[in-house]
Structure formats: structure tokens, C-alpha cells
Design a protein around this ligand. Structure first.
Ligand code: AMP
Length: 404
């Protein structure tokens, strides 16, 4: 089992300058006066325990993050300045801000910091050298600190200067949130308790091809739902009518099914579905057998018989990984399969028989909609990084933190 360097491994931190990579790329909106304000503070709250722990040990904490995609241009609309106060509110610590992340002025401000103080740097992506992981830029960033701590799992799939470059120069460690996330992911896919089930739903096979290809070799049950199930059904000769379907991926889908058989992975595809003639809320819809889809029908959710069968198998599973909804869950009543399966997984987790890990933007929204997010063992708010982890890819920002 891979082990990661954590904050404890850095040794005494009193008086030390710690460069802390956070993900402060949070949803924001404009208030009545046109000021940018935070509309969802989940990511701020996630880095808060690490900031507090570092400050309590007397470290000088220098927070670095990106915001949006400024493409190496200075852009006031993507400044991190409005994040200083929310960070102060969350940590109950004074947080100062400087409008740059390298250079003499930054060095002077850091030199004047007191032990236990927090400084927020400006958006690191205002420098094009961040994304290109320019060695000189990474060196300039690292000169501001004695240690580097990464607490932004959602950025670990990017080999940027503030995730990989500095970690290669400074003694580095995973922050508390990243450590928790890595342990949860290791328990779910790295070294899981079997049988393992994976739910892969969402719109298209093409966006999750690598996920499906990797999972059939790792899990015991692969539950395919959402629009992507249609591609698999059509590849098997089933008429999916007017449903979302990537017919050009039929051969790929068959290859994945074949590989599943070779790896003893049981594939769950819908045996019944909910169809409608329009993709709108509360339009007339019906539950039909998968072999009865008419030309004008659109499959918008998985049917109850399918979900019942999946729930039976889930009862004997010990681990569940979930990405993507089972249907068009944003539109009622096509949320039923997602909600029912989410509730079943939540209940099994609460009863202690299942470890459940879910991730990805739409998945978190779907589990919140089902009201079971709290019951899951771990929910990852990372989008790209979570998917790349499900694809079995090595995350460069994690690799640099592995203990030798
Ligand atoms: P993804 O980002 O790939 O996880 O896809 C999530 C999206 O897939 C959601 O917006 C769902 O509404 C959509 N989706 C799920 N099932 C279907 C379906 N059967 N037909 C069309 N869209 C779907």
C-alpha cells in the first residue's frame, strides 16, 4: 500500500514558512454592489483544518491557489483577494493578502510574517509559467518557503509548478484533507475489500471510456447506467429508439463487455427503462421492458426492476465506487433510479456493511439531491482528478508526495 508523507513527517514547524497549495477555485457570484462573493465554501472549509493545524504549530502559512483559467494574463475578475476574508472567517485567524506570488515584495512580506500568521498569495495562474511547470518559476515559488504542503486533491492531476514543481524542490507533504482523501481512495480501489461494485453513469461513454476500461479489470460488479448504458445496449442489438446513444462506439462497448467476462466482472445493464417522447419535466412517461423501446422513445432513466436487481447484488458487496447519475436526474421524474440506488447505498454504508466512495460534480449533486451524501463513507468534490484516479492513472501531484 502506497504511503504518503504527511504534515507530521515534516518535523517541528515553529517559525517555518509553509507554502500551502489550496484549491480556492470556488463558485462565486456578484453581490448587489458588484463585489465577487463566495457562493459555495466547501473547498474553503476543506483546507481550514490544515491551516489551523499548521498555525497551531507556529508555522507561517503561505496559501497559494489558482482561480479560473486566466491563461497567464492578469485578470481582476479572477483575483484571489476576495477569498481572504472568507478564509479568515473559516479559520478564525487573521489572513493577509498580497497581489503577487513571487518577487521581492512577496519575499519582504513573508520575511515580516509572525509565527502562526497566514498570508494569501495572488492567483498563481496569472503566470503562464504555472501551467507549463517552468523550473525557474517553481524555484521562485519555492524560495518563499521551507516546506510545501499540498491540500488540493482536485489539482493533483495537473503537473503544474504549484503542485509538482515546488514539491520536487522543497520537503513536501500531503495536508490533512488530501491525506484523508488518499486513504479513502486507497480503500476503495487501491486495496479494497471485495466484492467491489462500481456505478458508472452519466451522459456519454466517450467521456468515460478509460474509466470503464480500467474498472472491468478491478471490480466485481460494473453497473452501467445513464445515457451511456444505451450505447452498450445498442451494441448488443437492442433498439434504443431516439435515446442518446453513441452508435459509433459499438465495437468499443463490445470490447469492454468481452474484457469484463475475461476478468470475472459482472456487468449490470438496464433490463427495464423509463421512456418519454420529450426531454422535459413531468412529461408523460412509462416504464417498459428494454426490448420494447419504440422509435420515438427516449430512455431517460433506468427502470425499477433493474434497480431492484442491482440492490440485491449490492447487499453482498463490501465496497462501492460511484461516478455519474443513473438517469437524467435533474428532471423529475427521471431522478428515481439514481435516488433509489443512492438511498440503498447510503443505508448499507450507515449499517456498516459497505464502504462507499463517490465523486465528480454531477454525482455529488445527485447524492445531495437524494439526501444521502452524509451517509457515504467519502465524497470527493474533485472532478478531473477523481476521474483520472478511476481511470487508474497516476496523479503527478500525488506521486511527488509518496514516501520513499
Ligand atoms: P456526466 O457529466 O457524464 O456524469 O453526465 C451527467 C449528465 O448525464 C446529467 O446531466 C444527466 O442528466 C445526463 N444523463 C443521465 N442519463 C441520461 C439519459 N438516459 N439520457 C440523457 N442524458 C442523461
Amino acid at each position: 500500500m502506497a504511503t504518503f508523507k504527511n504534515i507530521k513527517s515534516l518535523g517541528p514547524l515553529k517559525g517555518k514558512r509553509v507554502l500551502l497549495r489550496a484549491d480556492l477555485n470556488v463558485p462565486m457570484k456578484l453581490d448587489d454592489d458588484g463585489n465577487r462573493i463566495v457562493s459555495d465554501d466547501t473547498r474553503i472549509l476543506s483546507v481550514t483544518p490544515t491551516i489551523i493545524a499548521l498555525c497551531q504549530q507556529g508555522a507561517r502559512v503561505i496559501v497559494i491557489s489558482h482561480f479560473g483559467r486566466p491563461k497567464g494574463q492578469w485578470n481582476e475578475d479572477m483575483s484571489l483577494e476576495p477569498l481572504g476574508q472568507p478564509l479568515a472567517n473559516a479559520t478564525k485567524l487573521a489572513v493577509s493578502y498580497i497581489n503577487d506570488c513571487i518577487g521581492e515584495e512577496v519575499v519582504d512580506v513573508i520575511d515580516a510574517m509572525e509565527d502562526g500568521a497566514v498570508l494569501l498569495l495572488e492567483n498563481v495562474r496569472f503566470y503562464a509559467e504555472e501551467v507549463s511547470n517552468d523550473p525557474d518559476f517553481a524555484k521562485a515559488l519555492s524560495e518563499n518557503a521551507d516546506f510545501f504542503v499540498n491540500d488540493a486533491f482536485s489539482c493533483t492531476h495537473r503537473a503544474h509548478a504549484s503542485t509538482v514543481g515546488v514539491a520536487e524542490i522543497l520537503p513536501s507533504a500531503a495536508g490533512l484533507a488530501l491525506e484523508k482523501e488518499l486513504v479513502a481512495l486507497e480503500n476503495a480501489l487501491g486495496n479494497p475489500k471485495h466484492p467491489v461494485a462500481a456505478v458508472v453513469g452519466g451522459a456519454k461513454v466517450s467521456s468515460k471510456l478509460d474509466v470503464l476500461t480500467h474498472l472491468v479489470e478491478k471490480v466485481d460488479h460494473l453497473i452501467i447506467g445513464g445515457g451511456m448504458a444505451n450505447t452498450f445496449l445498442a451494441a448488443q442489438g437492442i433498439d434504443v429508439g431516439g435515446s442518446l446513444c453513441e452508435h459509433d462506439l459499438a465495437e468499443t462497448a463490445l470490447k469492454i463487455l468481452d474484457n469484463a467476462t475475461k476478468n470475472n466482472c459482472k456487468i449490470h445493464l438496464p433490463i427495464d427503462v423509463v421512456v418519454a417522447r420529450e426531454f422535459k419535466a413531468n412529461v408523460p412517461c412509462q416504464i417498459i421492458n428494454i426490448n420494447d423501446v419504440a422509435k420515438e422513445d427516449m430512455i431517460l432513466d433506468v427502470g425499477p426492476a433493474t434497480i431492484k436487481a442491482i440492490e440485491m447484488d449490492l447487499k453482498i458487496c463490501k465496497t462501492l465506487i460511484w461516478n455519474g447519475p443513473m438517469g437524467a436526474f435533474e428532471i423529475e421524474p427521471f431522478d428515481k433510479a439514481t435516488v433509489s440506488l443512492a438511498k440503498a447505498a447510503g443505508a448499507l454504508t450507515a449499517a456498516g456493511s459497505l464502504i462507499s466512495v463517490a465523486g465528480g460534480g454531477d454525482t455529488v449533486a445527485a447524492l445531495n439531491h437524494a439526501g444521502v451524501a452524509e451517509q457515504f463513507s467519502h465524497i470527493s468534490t474533485a472532478g478531473g482528478a477523481f476521474l483520472e484516479w478511476m481511470e487508474g492513472k497516476e496523479l503527478p501531484g500525488v506521486k511527488v508526495l509518496l514516501a520513499e
